[in-house]
Write a protein that binds this ligand. Structure first.
Ligand code: EPU
Length: 450
């Protein structure tokens, strides 16, 4: 069982990351598509302390942002997850110098000279589209394949492309590759039709080296947008208003390297909060920003759990069967779509009927059929799940079809009677560091089988 180190309050690095000066481990792993399974013996209350890692969605914006600088940057509190590894590998392929030291990475863009991103890696993760903004800002040219990522419905990038065009780029999409070209990027006003996280970040990246000021209206307000703004400011750009729906970016010709600590992962934290409630447990989450978790905390309180700040963390206690709650997912500060699946896993054994509406993605309820295999009573109508709570779930073999679906099935397996096999750990590893080690340290019976 993995123990939290007393000195650092952290978990030991994953087995396959043991190489301390770890370029080797980092460059070798992303191509590994081996399927894994979590085997869970459910029904154990979770109790103890869990350390929350740095945010995935922040890291995948901060890592490419390092390429904007002329000097070396360092990111700390980085989660050791697959998406981070893949991005680090892409940067190496583009010619940057990338070096991991535990949960930190230094990125020196000195040898970086290519505006063509490697397609086989780009297709492995959604956030590779941030290379469009970065390469365009740095070289006035970018060729990046259309991104991969979780299969949760069509995920157009029209708002990103609209932003690049407004900044003065010529945009073509040919053979699945987005080709961008601009003689000069010039600040302008861009109104987003929807507050897209990806489009907001991509436009911020491109605008940070553009001439003049760019104004993004109806911008996304997620914590990782603010985290990126703080990093860009440390690098010499001037970003104002991040966290509100109007962001102003005053570009600069040259950006310097900076050191930055990645904001804690609110969605990893939300998953452990759900796991605590699902198992009627008592868990203290450390390295969290309680305000970022408020939409989730409020819902769990409504469901009957105690959620309170304690020191630098949040404690979640649930002694009784939770009550059903109704939820509609919305952009931040609404209830996050990324916590919808784990919440449904909790509501599957709640007292009463919950109505859960997914309003961000077209197709984020596919995992429900797996929960039904475990005895859940859930009906899906369009983008709404009607969850009639049952007294308990029963373990079964199930398959993750995306990252958060995998997390939800783990939450369900932890609360279920008997043995659950969650197939598809490689999807869970995209966004959760050492999940089985963290859960084991809280008293869960969970092991990984390759
Ligand atoms: N959309 C468009 N056009 C665009 C951009 C987005 O129609 O140009 C639509 C999308 O199809 C979607 C909605 O707008 O229906 C929201 O998309 P958004 O751009 O906000 O999301 P994203 O940037 O693709 C990020 C996270 C997701 C998270 C969403 C919403 C990263 C790498 N991904 O995606 O994270 O669900 O924001 O908060 O930051 C996850 O971590 O599991 C995950 C999927």
């Amino acid at each position: 069982m993995a123990k939290i180190s007393r000195r650092s309050g952290r978990y030991p690095a994953l087995r396959w990351r043991k190489t301390r000066h770890s370029n080797r481990a980092v460059t070798e792993e992303p191509g590994d598509d081996s399927m894994g399974t979590f085997v869970i013996e459910g029904g154990r209350k979770l109790s103890g302390t869990v350390w929350i890692s740095g945010s995935k969605n922040s890291s995948v914006a901060l890592i490419p942002a390092c390429l904007l600088a002329d000097g070396t940057s360092r990111l700390e509190n980085l989660a050791l997850i697959r998406d981070v590894q893949v991005f680090a590998r892409i940067l190496k392929d583009l010619g940057a110098n990338v070096d991991f030291q535990g949960h930190s990475i230094t990125i020196a863009p000195n040898g970086f000279s290519s505006w063509k991103a490697p397609y086989d890696l780009v297709k492995q993760l959604r956030a590779s589209y941030y290379l469009m903004g970065v390469l365009l800002a740095k070289f006035g040219r970018a060729e990046v394949g259309l991104p991969g990522g979780c299969d949760i419905g069509p995920r157009p990038i029209d708002q990103h492309l609209k932003g690049f065009k407004a900044l003065g780029a010529e945009v073509r999409v040919e053979g699945g590759v987005v080709k961008l070209r601009a003689r000069l990027l010039k600040g302008t006003s861009i109104y987003l039709d929807i507050p897209s996280v990806g489009a907001t970040i991509n436009i911020m990246l491109a605008a940070s080296r553009a001439e003049g000021t760019t104004i993004i209206e109806n911008a996304a307000k997620e914590p990782h947008v603010v985290d990126l703004a703080n990093f860009l400011n440390a690098m010499g750009a001037k970003v104002l208003g991040a966290g509100t729906d109007v962001i102003k970016v005053r570009g600069t010709k040259s950006m310097k390297g900076a050191t930055h600590s990645v904001v804690p992962d609110d969605m990893e934290a939300a998953t452990y909060m759900m796991a605590a409630v699902a198992t009627r447990g008592n868990v203290l989450l450390r390295n969290v920003i309680p305000r970022h978790l408020e939409p989730v905390s409020a819902k769990l309180r409504e469901a009957g759990a105690t959620v309170k700040e304690e020191g630098d963390g949040i404690r979640v206690i649930c002694n009784d069967r939770p009550r059903a709650v109704n939820v509609k997912t919305l952009p931040y500060p609404g209830f996050p779509t990324d916590a919808q699946q784990p919440l449904v896993a909790v509501m599957a054994t709640a007292e009463g009927t919950s109505v859960v509406q997914e309003s961000v993605y077209d197709n984020r309820l596919g995992y429900v059929s797996e929960l039904i295999k475990m005895g859940a009573h859930i009906k899906v109508e369009g983008r709404t799940a009607i969850v009639e709570g049952v007294p308990y779930l029963v373990g079964a073999p199930v398959k993750a079809n995306d990252l958060r679906a995998g997390a939800a099935l783990v939450v369900a397996g932890l609360s279920a009677r008997g043995r659950t096999e969650v197939h598809g750990t490689e999807l869970i590893d995209r966004g959760y560091e050492s999940m089985e080690e963290k859960l084991s340290s809280l008293g869960a019976s969970i092991r990984r089988e390759e």
